[in-house]
Write a protein that binds this ligand. Sequence first.
Ligand SMILES: Nc1ncnc2c1ncn2[C@@H]1O[C@H](COP(=O)(O)OP(=O)(O)OP(=O)(O)O)[C@@H](O)[C@H]1O
Ligand SMILES: [Mg+2]
Length: 295
Amino acid sequence: MLRIEKVAGKDVLMESEIPFLKLFKKGKVREVYELGDYLLIVATDRISAFDVVMKTGVPSKGIYLTQQSAFWFKFIKEHGFSTHFVSDDVEEIAKITGEKRLLDLPWLKGRVMLGKRAEVLPVEAVCRFRIFGSAVSALKNNTWIWDKIEADDFSEGSLIKNGPIFTPTEKSETDDKITFDQMVTLIGSKETAQQIKETTIRLFKLCRDYALENFGFEIADGKVEYGFIDGVLSLVDETFTSDSARFIPDKSKEVFRKWLTDHNLRKVAAVLPDEVAMMVSDLYRSQCQDMKIKL
Ligand SMILES: Nc1ncnc2c1ncn2[C@@H]1O[C@H](COP(=O)(O)OP(=O)(O)OP(=O)(O)O)[C@@H](O)[C@H]1O
Ligand SMILES: [Mg+2]
């Protein structure tokens, strides 16, 4: 059901509905529809944290996320990486797929991406240049299960001198951290696991360098996902967005996670005060502005 609510006097898209398309998957944030050989990925304004979806949406969040992702997908495609990304332009999508009825859905604009359908691998390819949060605790408690890191100290934000370090987790309800060998078992191929690790490290270096030089912010850590498209390992889902990465200065969901933690609302489907929803909206918009995205 199409559900558009008001938050701080602004529209928020809480749920999409495209009556003439079959729903392929409803995630915490996105609704994914089947469209011929492709998938139509709609980013709503829902926000999740600690695996729980909030009761309140964040104005324009789906647009900001889609635009950030589209920028990076275009950029990494130009640098020879295979990705699922086809287009984020509704008119172009209508042309490619022949589905002209998409043009009658004004709320889609800016928040939709046409992607090639992939068999998504059950791994979150997390990669870090700096240590934060769970990584700091793992290093301090001696439960770090990945490649050894070199750093001056194990405090919040410490730079990993031999970074980036690949720190995968399992794509599941709990996002448990997994060793490289566990990842091999999970996806059933050592060769693919090695390719994911190498590709991720190469990708993170490329994008961090580009962001530092051209946009003046640093990518501190983040996660990407992979799937096979026609037998080729490809990047899917989203890349270096405010939902999936952490930046310096930080304009990512971390700021919201901290707010929830400070207010004892971890793992709660919270109702957000208008000013908090707007704080997050402004933060994501500001990240787009830093990336010189025209909104
Ligand atoms: N090209 C693709 N082919 C198939 N599935 C994809 C593709 N790109 C993204 N997806 C999947 O679509 C879903 C996007 O929805 P969303 O990001 O809201 O999900 P999520 O709540 O983060 O995670 P999940 O539902 O996977 O637990 C994800 O499950 C993602 O893996
Ligand atoms: Mg997701």
